[in-house]
Design a protein around this ligand. Structure first.
Ligand code: HMG
Ligand code: MG
Length: 308
């Protein structure tokens, strides 16, 4: 059945950003720092720690600079942050980040709601930031949101995704993460979009970013792997969502992803027990249960062992 299984997959952790941006309450800076350090303890090497967007739009992450400055991480952990414009880029530089993560949408309505710009305006802003970042020797990732469906417009045409991806490649973006922002995609659509992109962008430069709103995220990962993608975004405990995409609930949970991949014989470099420790810490900090299924099963087993 599986002819093209890779030996390794890169897991790109977005919980501290995509997860915490969606929390109703404010999380203390020290708690964010402890959480990111716990994620690094699990072996994750790519962690998006915050965003440098307008604090009026996302007050939850207004302390990005303080978080970055307080972190103490092993030197092989690559931290990065979400950046919408030159002002955000200045923040990321002040934080000493070597990678920035730009973002824009494939659909006009989500673009307007999320960053107050049309897709063309967003591409032009990204070009400006990419030029500055390349001149400074930074690595650039860019998310394309609403690749499969838009919360305002419904299905998104693959041609629109191809147009945006081509624009990003022209400006020298190193990695492009295709976002199923509202968790609507299925494996067939994943394969179709990747087939459309296969002549446009080298597969090693693509990542997939699934939200698990309708329970299709892991199936979509398998479709992505079969098409040759080797970088997947996920979020501790399945935290997450985009505040400007109604109906977008949690991201694919990192533990679910790691459990499945390791079980398939694909190395992730992530220790599941340490990841569960990080999940337990997140639950303590947020004062609630997280949706991740592996996490809940593991915590229930630990609780039983303690009781017995
Ligand atoms: P705007 O209001 O059009 O911006 O927002 P503006 O340029 O007119 O500036 C307005 C004010 O914001 C000014 O301040 C600026 O200085 C300030 P004022 O003069 O009013 O005091 N400002 C900033 N402050 C701090 N950092 C900045 C910044 N930029 C401007 N970088 C803007 C435009 C893009 C700033 C705004 O719409 C914004 O911040 N949007 C971010 C929304 C967001 O973070 N959404 C969630 C992340 S995307 C996502 O989750 C999807 C993803 O996970 C992939 C997927 O799942 O699909 C990535
Ligand atoms: Mg997201």
């Amino acid at each position: 059945m599986f002819e093209r299984l890779p030996g390794e997959i890169t897991v790109f952790e977005v919980g501290p950003r995509d997860g915490l941006q969606n929390e109703a309450g404010q999380v203390e800076t020290a708690d964010k720092v402890a959480l990111i350090e716990a994620l690094a303890q699990s072996g994750l090497k790519h962690i998006e720690i915050t965003s440098f967007v307008s604090p009026k739009w996302i007050p939850q992450l207004a302390d990005g600079l303080a978080v970055a400055r307080q972190l103490q991480l092993p030197s092989d952990v690559q931290t990065s942050a979400l950046v919408p414009n030159l002002k955000g880029y200045e923040g990321a530089c002040a934080a000493g980040l070597k990678q920035i993560n730009l973002f824009l949408s494939a659909s006009e309505s989500h673009s307007k709601k999320n960053i107050n710009k049309s897709v063309a305006e967003a591409l032009s802003t990204m070009k400006e930031v990419a030029a500055a970042a390349l001149a400074d020797g930074k690595r650039i990732r860019c998310y394309v949101s609403t690749v499969f469906a838009c919360p305002y417009e419904g299905p998104v045409k693959p041609e629109q995704v191809v147009m945006v991806v081509e624009g990003l490649l022209q400006m020298g973006v190193h990695e492009i993460s295709l976002g199923d922002t509202i968790g609507a995609a299925n494996p067939r659509q994943v394969k179709e979009v990747l087939d459309r992109l296969s002549g446009v962008v080298p597969l090693p430069r693509l990542a997939l970013h699934f939200h698990d709103t309708r329970g299709t995220a892991l199936a979509n990962v398998v479709a992505g792997i079969e098409s040759g993608v080797t970088i997947f975004d996920s979020s501790l405990g399945g935290l997450g969502g985009c505040p400007y995409a109604p109906g977008a609930s949690g991201n694919l949970a990192t533990e679910d992803l790691v459990y499945m991949l390791e079980g398939m014989g694909i190395k992730t470099g992530v220790n599941l027990e340490r990841l569960v420790d990080a999940g337990a810490l997140a639950e303590k900090i947020l004062g609630k249960k997280l949706p991740g299924r592996y996490l809940q099963a593991a915590l229930a087993t630990r609780a039983k062992a303690c009781a017995g």
